[in-house]
Ligand binder design. Structure first.
Ligand code: E4P
Length: 213
């Protein structure tokens, strides 16, 4: 499983990229709204920083508007992936993007049927939202398993991005349940590094070293 960082903040993206594990970035309108910069300018900054897929979401609700917006976004850099919401209009747009060889990430996936439809329309990625399912008392990780099983059974190459990741256990579970990618907030990415026994081990090694030197 690969790591994407889920943020539109350029400092956070640089910090994540410096760790050497970053395979891409996802943004969404809520994340972009927190930043005081034009969306296009920020996407230019991000694509200059990161070689992997950078998801940029359309806000139109009709297929024609999504396609027009997506074409503009895709023209910013070759590694832009157009993020499209899981709707009837979104599916039509995904089909058209796929014919134009523009990569897509179908977002707000909450069922295996939605993921299957998105894949069949030609999506490059599907994003099941784990945390938001957990929030309403459903099992987000079970959805990742179901999608992985269905894609595997039917030889579907669309990649699964585990999204709405809230904590390190989500990351381990996403990897073991078959997600190809987890898109995680920087805070969670940094939490993955930490273990109290690692910290205690470093402290002990340094203390022992200092006794002899
Ligand atoms: C993914 O692409 C989304 O931007 C994101 O993971 C949503 O997460 P949230 O449910 O924490 O807003």
């Amino acid at each position: 499983m690969k790591f994407f960082v889920d943020t539109a903040n350029i400092e956070e993206i640089r910090e994540a990229n410096a760790l050497g594990v970053l395979a891409g970035v996802t943004t969404n309108p809520s994340l972009v709204a927190k930043e005081n910069i034009s969306f296009h300018d920020r996407l230019k900054e991000i694509t200059n920083e990161v070689d992997g897929s950078v998801s940029a979401e359309v806000i139109s609700e009709d297929a024609e508007g999504m396609v027009n917006e997506g074409k503009d976004l895709a023209a910013i850099a070759p590694n832009i992936t157009v993020k499209v919401p899981m709707t009837l209009e979104g599916l039509k747009a995904v089909k058209q993007f796929s014919e134009m060889n523009i990569k897509t990430n179908v977002t707000l996936i909450f069922s295996a049927n939605q993921a299957l439809l998105a894949a069949r329309a030609g999506a490059t990625y599907v994003s099941p939202f784990i945390g938001r399912l957990d929030d309403i008392g459903q099992d987000g990780m079970n959805l990742v398993s179901q999608i992985a099983e269905i894609f595997d059974l039917h030889g579907i190459e669309t990649e699964i991005i585990a999204a709405s990741v809230r904590h390190p256990v989500h990351v381990t579970d996403a990897a073991s349940h078959g997600a190809h990618i987890a898109t995680v907030p920087l805070k969670v990415l940094k939490q993955l590094v930490k273990h109290p026994l690692t910290d205690a081990g470093i402290e002990k090694f340094l203390a022992d070293w200092k006794k002899q030197n």
